[in-house]
Design a binder for this molecule. Sequence first.
Ligand SMILES: C[S@@+](CC[C@H](N)C(=O)[O-])C[C@H]1O[C@@H](n2cnc3c(N)ncnc32)[C@H](O)[C@@H]1O
Length: 270
Amino acid sequence: MNAVLADILTSQQVSDGTTSFPLRHPDFPDLPVAVDPGEGALLQRIVDHIRPARSLEIGCAYGVSSLYICEALSRLPAAAQASASATASARPAGAPRHIVVDPFQSTQWRGIGIKNIRDAGFSSLVDFREQRSEVALPRLLEEGMTLDFAFVDGWHTFDQVMVEFYFINRLLRVGGVIAFDDANRRSINRVVRHALTYPAYRVYATERGESARPTVLGRSRHALTRVPAISGILRPDFLRKDWDLGILGTCVAIQKVTDDKRSSGWDRAF
Ligand SMILES: C[S@@+](CC[C@H](N)C(=O)[O-])C[C@H]1O[C@@H](n2cnc3c(N)ncnc32)[C@H](O)[C@@H]1O
Protein backbone atom coordinates (compact mmCIF):
# COMPACT_ATOMS: atom_id res chain seq x y z
CA MET A 1 0.00 0.00 0.00
CA ASN A 2 1.12 3.55 -0.73
CA ALA A 3 2.99 4.94 2.30
CA VAL A 4 0.84 8.11 2.52
CA LEU A 5 -2.38 6.09 2.58
CA ALA A 6 -0.93 3.54 5.00
CA ASP A 7 0.14 6.33 7.35
CA ILE A 8 -3.34 7.96 7.31
CA LEU A 9 -5.03 4.63 8.01
CA THR A 10 -2.66 3.79 10.85
CA SER A 11 -2.61 7.21 12.52
CA GLN A 12 -6.22 8.23 11.64
CA GLN A 13 -4.69 11.69 11.21
CA VAL A 14 -4.02 13.98 8.26
CA SER A 15 -1.71 16.97 8.04
CA ASP A 16 -1.48 20.19 6.04
CA GLY A 17 2.29 20.08 6.55
CA THR A 18 2.19 22.10 9.74
CA THR A 19 -0.78 20.94 11.77
CA SER A 20 -2.34 17.51 12.17
CA PHE A 21 -6.09 16.94 12.13
CA PRO A 22 -8.14 13.86 13.02
CA LEU A 23 -9.53 11.92 10.09
CA ARG A 24 -13.00 13.22 10.87
CA HIS A 25 -15.37 15.75 9.37
CA PRO A 26 -14.38 19.17 10.79
CA ASP A 27 -18.04 20.21 11.29
CA PHE A 28 -19.80 16.87 11.77
CA PRO A 29 -17.37 14.55 13.61
CA ASP A 30 -19.89 11.69 13.52
CA LEU A 31 -20.13 11.66 9.71
CA PRO A 32 -17.67 9.56 7.69
CA VAL A 33 -15.08 11.72 5.99
CA ALA A 34 -13.35 8.96 4.06
CA VAL A 35 -14.10 5.58 2.54
CA ASP A 36 -13.30 2.66 4.85
CA PRO A 37 -10.80 -0.07 3.86
CA GLY A 38 -13.56 -2.38 2.53
CA GLU A 39 -14.89 0.39 0.30
CA GLY A 40 -11.36 1.34 -0.76
CA ALA A 41 -10.71 -2.29 -1.72
CA LEU A 42 -13.86 -2.30 -3.86
CA LEU A 43 -12.72 0.87 -5.66
CA GLN A 44 -9.38 -0.79 -6.37
CA ARG A 45 -11.03 -3.99 -7.65
CA ILE A 46 -13.15 -1.91 -10.02
CA VAL A 47 -10.05 -0.13 -11.36
CA ASP A 48 -8.21 -3.46 -11.71
CA HIS A 49 -11.08 -4.93 -13.76
CA ILE A 50 -12.26 -1.92 -15.76
CA ARG A 51 -8.76 -0.46 -16.37
CA PRO A 52 -10.13 3.05 -16.83
CA ALA A 53 -8.35 5.48 -19.11
CA ARG A 54 -10.72 8.23 -17.93
CA SER A 55 -12.18 8.22 -14.45
CA LEU A 56 -14.02 10.70 -12.26
CA GLU A 57 -14.37 11.19 -8.54
CA ILE A 58 -16.86 13.58 -6.91
CA GLY A 59 -15.85 14.58 -3.37
CA CYS A 60 -12.18 14.46 -2.37
CA ALA A 61 -12.04 15.85 1.20
CA TYR A 62 -8.73 14.60 2.68
CA GLY A 63 -8.08 12.46 -0.42
CA VAL A 64 -8.45 8.95 1.02
CA SER A 65 -10.64 7.63 -1.81
CA SER A 66 -8.39 9.41 -4.35
CA LEU A 67 -5.38 7.61 -2.88
CA TYR A 68 -7.07 4.20 -3.20
CA ILE A 69 -8.14 4.91 -6.79
CA CYS A 70 -4.82 6.44 -7.87
CA GLU A 71 -2.84 3.61 -6.30
CA ALA A 72 -4.79 1.12 -8.44
CA LEU A 73 -4.53 3.35 -11.53
CA SER A 74 -0.76 3.65 -11.09
CA ARG A 75 -0.45 -0.16 -11.28
CA LEU A 76 -2.15 -0.32 -14.70
CA PRO A 77 0.23 -1.11 -17.56
CA ALA A 78 -0.77 2.13 -19.37
CA ALA A 79 0.23 4.22 -16.34
CA ALA A 80 3.54 2.40 -15.90
CA GLN A 81 4.41 2.85 -19.59
CA ALA A 82 3.38 6.49 -19.53
CA SER A 83 5.42 7.29 -16.44
CA ALA A 84 8.47 5.59 -18.01
CA SER A 85 8.24 8.01 -20.95
CA ALA A 86 6.93 11.02 -19.02
CA THR A 87 8.36 14.48 -19.18
CA ALA A 88 7.92 16.69 -16.16
CA SER A 89 5.33 18.97 -17.76
CA ALA A 90 3.12 16.92 -20.09
CA ARG A 91 0.66 14.12 -19.41
CA PRO A 92 1.83 11.33 -21.76
CA ALA A 93 -0.65 9.94 -24.30
CA GLY A 94 -2.28 6.78 -22.97
CA ALA A 95 -1.79 7.73 -19.34
CA PRO A 96 -4.89 7.32 -17.16
CA ARG A 97 -6.56 10.60 -16.28
CA HIS A 98 -8.48 10.80 -13.03
CA ILE A 99 -10.71 13.87 -12.75
CA VAL A 100 -11.35 14.84 -9.12
CA VAL A 101 -14.10 17.38 -8.38
CA ASP A 102 -14.38 19.16 -5.02
CA PRO A 103 -15.41 22.80 -4.58
CA PHE A 104 -14.14 23.11 -1.01
CA GLN A 105 -10.69 21.54 -1.29
CA SER A 106 -8.65 24.66 -0.52
CA THR A 107 -11.13 26.05 2.01
CA GLN A 108 -12.82 23.46 4.23
CA TRP A 109 -10.21 20.75 3.55
CA ARG A 110 -7.15 23.10 3.69
CA GLY A 111 -5.73 21.60 0.49
CA ILE A 112 -4.89 18.41 2.39
CA GLY A 113 -6.48 16.10 -0.22
CA ILE A 114 -4.35 17.55 -3.03
CA LYS A 115 -1.27 17.52 -0.79
CA ASN A 116 -1.80 13.83 -0.02
CA ILE A 117 -2.19 13.05 -3.75
CA ARG A 118 1.04 14.99 -4.44
CA ASP A 119 2.98 13.43 -1.54
CA ALA A 120 1.91 9.96 -2.72
CA GLY A 121 3.36 10.69 -6.18
CA PHE A 122 0.02 10.63 -8.01
CA SER A 123 -0.20 14.25 -9.23
CA SER A 124 0.44 13.30 -12.86
CA LEU A 125 -2.67 11.09 -12.83
CA VAL A 126 -5.03 13.72 -11.43
CA ASP A 127 -6.94 16.55 -13.10
CA PHE A 128 -8.32 18.44 -10.09
CA ARG A 129 -11.32 20.71 -10.55
CA GLU A 130 -12.18 22.92 -7.61
CA GLN A 131 -15.79 23.28 -8.72
CA ARG A 132 -19.19 22.08 -7.68
CA SER A 133 -20.18 18.89 -9.50
CA GLU A 134 -23.25 20.61 -10.95
CA VAL A 135 -20.85 22.99 -12.72
CA ALA A 136 -18.02 20.57 -13.53
CA LEU A 137 -20.15 17.77 -15.01
CA PRO A 138 -21.90 19.81 -17.75
CA ARG A 139 -18.46 21.18 -18.64
CA LEU A 140 -17.09 17.67 -19.08
CA LEU A 141 -20.02 16.90 -21.37
CA GLU A 142 -19.25 20.02 -23.38
CA GLU A 143 -15.58 18.97 -23.57
CA GLY A 144 -16.69 15.68 -25.18
CA MET A 145 -15.35 13.60 -22.29
CA THR A 146 -16.11 9.87 -22.12
CA LEU A 147 -15.72 8.12 -18.77
CA ASP A 148 -14.90 4.51 -17.93
CA PHE A 149 -15.44 4.79 -14.18
CA ALA A 150 -17.02 7.29 -11.78
CA PHE A 151 -17.05 7.37 -7.98
CA VAL A 152 -19.80 9.48 -6.38
CA ASP A 153 -19.12 10.73 -2.84
CA GLY A 154 -19.97 14.44 -2.71
CA TRP A 155 -23.04 16.21 -1.28
CA HIS A 156 -25.44 13.46 -0.32
CA THR A 157 -28.94 14.82 -0.95
CA PHE A 158 -31.18 12.91 -3.38
CA ASP A 159 -31.42 15.80 -5.83
CA GLN A 160 -27.65 16.40 -5.87
CA VAL A 161 -26.79 12.74 -6.46
CA MET A 162 -29.58 12.45 -9.04
CA VAL A 163 -28.10 15.38 -11.00
CA GLU A 164 -24.66 13.76 -10.77
CA PHE A 165 -26.05 10.43 -11.99
CA TYR A 166 -27.84 12.18 -14.87
CA PHE A 167 -24.57 13.64 -16.17
CA ILE A 168 -22.44 10.59 -15.44
CA ASN A 169 -24.91 8.44 -17.40
CA ARG A 170 -24.43 10.82 -20.33
CA LEU A 171 -20.63 10.63 -19.98
CA LEU A 172 -20.20 6.91 -19.28
CA ARG A 173 -19.27 4.46 -22.04
CA VAL A 174 -20.98 1.08 -22.32
CA GLY A 175 -19.08 -1.27 -19.99
CA GLY A 176 -18.26 1.60 -17.62
CA VAL A 177 -19.01 1.48 -13.89
CA ILE A 178 -20.44 3.99 -11.37
CA ALA A 179 -19.80 3.44 -7.65
CA PHE A 180 -21.95 5.26 -5.09
CA ASP A 181 -20.61 5.68 -1.57
CA ASP A 182 -22.95 5.76 1.43
CA ALA A 183 -25.46 3.83 -0.69
CA ASN A 184 -27.17 2.62 2.49
CA ARG A 185 -28.47 6.15 3.06
CA ARG A 186 -32.01 6.58 1.80
CA SER A 187 -31.18 9.54 -0.46
CA ILE A 188 -28.49 7.61 -2.33
CA ASN A 189 -30.38 4.30 -2.24
CA ARG A 190 -33.21 6.04 -4.12
CA VAL A 191 -30.84 7.12 -6.88
CA VAL A 192 -29.34 3.62 -7.18
CA ARG A 193 -32.80 2.06 -7.33
CA HIS A 194 -33.84 4.58 -9.97
CA ALA A 195 -30.72 3.87 -12.07
CA LEU A 196 -31.44 0.14 -11.91
CA THR A 197 -34.84 0.66 -13.54
CA TYR A 198 -32.94 1.63 -16.72
CA PRO A 199 -32.42 -1.39 -19.00
CA ALA A 200 -28.86 -0.13 -19.48
CA TYR A 201 -27.73 -0.82 -15.87
CA ARG A 202 -27.09 -3.86 -13.74
CA VAL A 203 -25.50 -4.33 -10.32
CA TYR A 204 -21.74 -4.74 -10.68
CA ALA A 205 -20.55 -5.21 -7.09
CA THR A 206 -20.83 -3.96 -3.54
CA GLU A 207 -18.13 -3.78 -0.89
CA ARG A 208 -19.77 -6.91 0.57
CA GLY A 209 -18.75 -8.99 -2.45
CA GLU A 210 -18.81 -9.25 -6.21
CA SER A 211 -21.63 -11.74 -6.49
CA ALA A 212 -24.61 -9.92 -4.98
CA ARG A 213 -27.34 -11.33 -7.19
CA PRO A 214 -31.14 -11.28 -6.93
CA THR A 215 -32.56 -14.22 -4.95
CA VAL A 216 -35.15 -16.68 -6.31
CA LEU A 217 -37.70 -15.16 -3.94
CA GLY A 218 -36.71 -11.74 -5.18
CA ARG A 219 -37.12 -12.74 -8.81
CA SER A 220 -40.55 -14.22 -8.06
CA ARG A 221 -41.59 -11.09 -6.23
CA HIS A 222 -40.26 -9.07 -9.15
CA ALA A 223 -42.48 -11.10 -11.51
CA LEU A 224 -45.43 -9.60 -9.62
CA THR A 225 -44.39 -6.18 -10.90
CA ARG A 226 -45.44 -7.33 -14.36
CA VAL A 227 -49.03 -7.83 -13.16
CA PRO A 228 -50.49 -4.33 -13.45
CA ALA A 229 -53.23 -4.90 -10.87
CA ILE A 230 -50.57 -5.79 -8.27
CA SER A 231 -47.76 -3.48 -9.25
CA GLY A 232 -50.21 -0.58 -9.17
CA ILE A 233 -51.05 -1.02 -5.50
CA LEU A 234 -47.81 -2.26 -3.92
CA ARG A 235 -44.77 -0.09 -3.33
CA PRO A 236 -41.86 -0.90 -5.66
CA ASP A 237 -39.51 -1.11 -2.69
CA PHE A 238 -41.72 -3.90 -1.26
CA LEU A 239 -41.86 -5.78 -4.56
CA ARG A 240 -38.10 -5.44 -5.09
CA LYS A 241 -36.25 -5.16 -1.82
CA ASP A 242 -32.65 -4.00 -1.71
CA TRP A 243 -31.43 -7.53 -1.08
CA ASP A 244 -33.44 -8.74 -4.09
CA LEU A 245 -31.64 -6.16 -6.18
CA GLY A 246 -28.27 -7.07 -4.65
CA ILE A 247 -27.64 -3.53 -3.44
CA LEU A 248 -27.17 -4.07 0.29
CA GLY A 249 -23.95 -2.32 1.18
CA THR A 250 -22.39 1.03 1.89
CA CYS A 251 -20.69 1.23 -1.50
CA VAL A 252 -22.69 -0.01 -4.48
CA ALA A 253 -21.35 -0.16 -8.04
CA ILE A 254 -23.50 -0.47 -11.13
CA GLN A 255 -22.39 -1.16 -14.69
CA LYS A 256 -23.73 0.25 -17.94
CA VAL A 257 -24.21 -2.84 -20.07
CA THR A 258 -25.90 -1.30 -23.13
CA ASP A 259 -26.57 2.16 -24.52
CA ASP A 260 -29.26 4.08 -22.68
CA LYS A 261 -32.05 3.95 -25.25
CA ARG A 262 -35.03 4.94 -23.12
CA SER A 263 -37.70 6.87 -24.98
CA SER A 264 -39.00 10.25 -23.85
CA GLY A 265 -41.99 8.51 -22.24
CA TRP A 266 -39.83 6.27 -20.01
CA ASP A 267 -41.16 6.14 -16.45
CA ARG A 268 -40.70 3.33 -13.93
CA ALA A 269 -41.46 3.30 -10.22
CA PHE A 270 -38.44 2.67 -7.99
C1 LIG B 1 -17.60 12.46 2.35
S1 LIG B 1 -16.57 13.72 1.71
C2 LIG B 1 -15.63 12.85 0.49
C3 LIG B 1 -14.71 11.82 1.07
C4 LIG B 1 -13.73 11.21 0.08
N1 LIG B 1 -14.42 10.69 -1.08
C5 LIG B 1 -12.94 10.10 0.72
O1 LIG B 1 -13.45 8.98 0.80
O2 LIG B 1 -11.81 10.35 1.14
C6 LIG B 1 -17.68 14.66 0.73
C7 LIG B 1 -17.00 15.69 -0.16
O3 LIG B 1 -17.96 16.25 -1.05
C8 LIG B 1 -17.57 17.57 -1.31
N2 LIG B 1 -18.71 18.30 -1.89
C9 LIG B 1 -19.70 18.98 -1.26
N3 LIG B 1 -20.54 19.54 -2.15
C10 LIG B 1 -20.07 19.20 -3.38
C11 LIG B 1 -20.49 19.50 -4.71
N4 LIG B 1 -21.55 20.26 -4.97
N5 LIG B 1 -19.75 18.99 -5.74
C12 LIG B 1 -18.67 18.20 -5.50
N6 LIG B 1 -18.23 17.90 -4.26
C13 LIG B 1 -18.91 18.39 -3.21
C14 LIG B 1 -17.11 18.08 0.04
O4 LIG B 1 -16.27 19.20 -0.09
C15 LIG B 1 -16.38 16.86 0.57
O5 LIG B 1 -15.03 16.92 0.25
